[in-house]
Structures are given as C-alpha cells and as structure tokens.
Ligand binder design. Structure first.
Ligand code: SIN
Ligand code: CO
Length: 381
C-alpha cells in the first residue's frame, strides 16, 4: 500500500497550517513512487465514451483544448501537449489505491483522481481551481509555479480553458517522481512538463451553497416534501397593497427555514446528494446474479472489494439505526446492522468478520446481493 511520508511536519501540522490555507511542496511524499497506470492504458481509457478526458496544446501560440473520446494520438507530435483524464480511480483499481493515503480527509470531500500525461513543454496553462489538490508527480520532471491567492483576472484562453493573467510565484519548483504539491482552492498555478511526465492529482471539492440549495430543491421535489402552503390566519388588515411587510417576510423565511430545521430531511438529503458520483462508475454487473445464500458462501471464501469511486456514507445521528447512503440512495437496516454499515462505508474491502451481525439481517444481505449483482462491490476472482 502507498504510504504518505511527511518529512518536514506532521499530518496534524499539515491540517492546521496548510489544508485550505496555503500551498506546500511535500518532497518525496511517496518515496519510490511508480506510475499507477501506463501512458498507453491512460490513452486507451481516453478513447472510451464514458471516460471524461481532454487534450490541451497550442497551435501558433494559441491555446487549444479538445474533449475526448479520442481516436488517435499519432498526429500530436513529441512535445507541447497534455492528455488529462478524470476519475481514473473509477476505472483502475491500481489508481484507486492512491486515494487510500489521503484517508485523513473524509471521502465525501473527495472528488477524483485525475491523471495527466504531458510531453515536454506540455501543460494546461496558468489557472485557478475550485479544488484542494495533491498533485503527485509520477515519472518525469515537471516545473510548477504557484501564485498567491488574490484578485486574479480569469479569461477564456479557449472556450474550454479558463486561464489567469500572469502571476508572481510564491512557489517555483521542479517536481521529481514521488514529490507532491498541495494546492488549496484559489491559488493560481501552472505546471509545465520538463520531459515526458505523468501527474496524479487527488482532488477534493467542497460544494457551494448554490450547489447544495439546488440539490436540496431537487430532493424536496423528488420526494414530494415541503408542500405545506404558507399560512396566515388572523392576518391583520394590510395597509399598503404593494408591500411585503416585515411580518410577511418573517413568515416567508420561516417557511423556508422549516425545511432547513428538519434535521432528518437535511441529513437524508446530504447523505443521498453527497454519495452520488459525478463521473460514471465502472459497474460490471454479474452475468449470473447471486442469490443471498450464494453471496454468503462466496463471502466466506474471499472479501468483497468496493468498486473505485463508489461513494457510501453514514451520519453520526442515524448510523446507530443502521442508516447509510450508497450511490445516492438511502438505506435503513436497523440497529443490529450498525457495525455492518460502519464497515460498508469506512472499509474498501468487506469480510464476514467486519460485517458481523449484518450478515444475519435478511434486508442487509439482500441489499448486499443486489449491490454485488450490480457491480458496486465485487469479488476479485
Ligand atoms: C495537469 O496535471 O496538467 C493539470 C493539473 C492542475 O493544474 O490542476
Ligand atoms: Co489546476
């Protein structure tokens, strides 16, 4: 297993002084790091319809970006271009391993592992991300410049490429294989490959209030909640017909607030919403679906592995009731399944010992069988 090595400070120090606050270079964070996928396999993934990918290069000094899937690479030459593939952890178990060393940050904050293959002088240009990102340098060397947070003008260098104006660097380094560059959101940065190189970016993203509210609105509509009409019995005589007076404004706010004050509703929304994946999962449904009894027999022989990128969470308030959220859906298995739900959401692979009494629950075993049959968890053999 990949082990994150911090030579200059502790993880606690990192979280207190750098996380979400300032960029830092972690030299040899992954000593002896080897590429987790070959350039050929990465290029192959970018030929698939379901995989999100981009190619970035310049022609006559003008930035260009193309969106995959791609059919060929032969015409691109040996320098000045990059191939960027999103969510490779969904498609490659080896790449999914890179998420594990970052388990000190909860999975609901994780976005994906993005990989870029760059030829010499390749890069995507100076830009700002909404992400916290750990850029782990694989093979080859790459120069990274990072500027300070501040007022940076952004502009479309190409319809699909948002850049920033030139910035003064607060970090200007050459990353070598095994080095990691951590960049919080809002810091402009620019990585230019010095030779053919691979970068593995573990990205974390927080939703904006706008994302959350629009998700909540969809959830409330889907579940047919919040249909109680605003009520104003014993309304006093209104003086000015055009006025929404302070009392009415308070009623309107209270109506909206009643949704946010409903902890069960907000918890179920948050669990469901945050457990939905942004990118497609590589779900390999079983040709011959397993019955629950067959599943238990197979599980006695080998662990179940969670498919890369699958999101499953629980909340402190309801986990004792065996409530969890898997890929956007809420499940309630009852108190006896509490330990099983913890294992399901916290562990990458499941054994009978971890699932414990959950395996006595027909509801839990039946859900597990459905997940396995649908490819959400799988047996290695
Ligand atoms: C890249 O790896 O080419 C881009 C990564 C980034 O700057 O976000
Ligand atoms: Co970036």
């Amino acid at each position: 297993m990949l082990q994150l090595t911090l030579n200059d400070f502790s993880l606690e120090h990192f979280m207190e002084h750098y996380w979400q606050q300032k960029p830092v270079v972690i030299r040899q964070g992954f000593p002896h790091f080897k590429d987790l996928i070959s350039p050929e396999d990465l290029a192959g993934l970018a030929c698939e319809e379901e995989v999100e990918s981009r190619r970035v290069f310049k022609t006559d000094d003008k930035w260009q970006a193309e969106v995959g899937p791609f059919e060929s690479y032969g015409h691109l030459g040996k320098t000045g271009w990059s191939l960027i593939v999103q969510a490779v952890n969904h498609w490659s178990p080896e790449v999914a391993e890179l998420v594990k060393p970052f388990a000190f940050i909860p999975k609901w904050r994780l976005d994906d592992v993005m990989i870029s293959y760059s030829t010499p002088q390749g890069g995507v240009g100076p830009h700002i991300d909404l992400y916290d990102v750990f850029i782990c340098q694989g093979s080859g060397r790459r120069n990274w410049r990072v500027g300070d947070k501040g007022e940076h003008r952004q502009f479309a260098a190409h319809a699909a490429l948002l850049h920033v104006d030139p910035f003064e660097a607060i970090i200007d380094v050459e990353l070598l294989p095994g080095d990691i560059l951590y960049i919080p959101p809002g810091f402009p940065h620019d990585g230019v490959s010095l030779e053919t190189s691979m970068s593995f970016s573990v990205g974390f993203r927080a939703k904006s209030a706008c994302d959350m509210l629009s998700g909540l609105a969809d959830y409330v509509i889907d579940k047919e909640l919040g249909s109680t009409l605003l009520a104003d019995p014993q309304r006093p005589i209104h003086q000015h017909q055009g006025q929404i007076n302070a009392a009415d404004f308070a009623r309107i706010k209270a109506q909206l607030q009643s949704i946010l004050d409903n902890d069960t509703l907000v918890a179920d929304f948050a669990g469901s919403f945050l457990s939905k994946t942004k990118c497609v999962l590589d779900l390999q449904a079983l040709d011959a679906p397993l019955e629950p009894a067959e599943l238990l027999a197979a599980l006695a022989e080998q662990p179940l592995v969670r498919t890369g990128g699958l999101r499953c969470f629980y909340l402190d308030a309801t986990v004792a009731q065996g409530v969890c959220y898997v890929d956007g859906e809420r499940y309630a298995f009852g108190p006896a399944c509490h330990p099983a739900v913890l294992a399901l959401c916290d562990e990458e692979s499941l054994t009978p010992a971890l699932l414990g009494a959950g395996l006595q629950s027909p509801a839990f075993v039946s859900a597990l069988a459905q997940w396995v049959n649908g490819g959400y968890w799988y047996f290695l053999d």
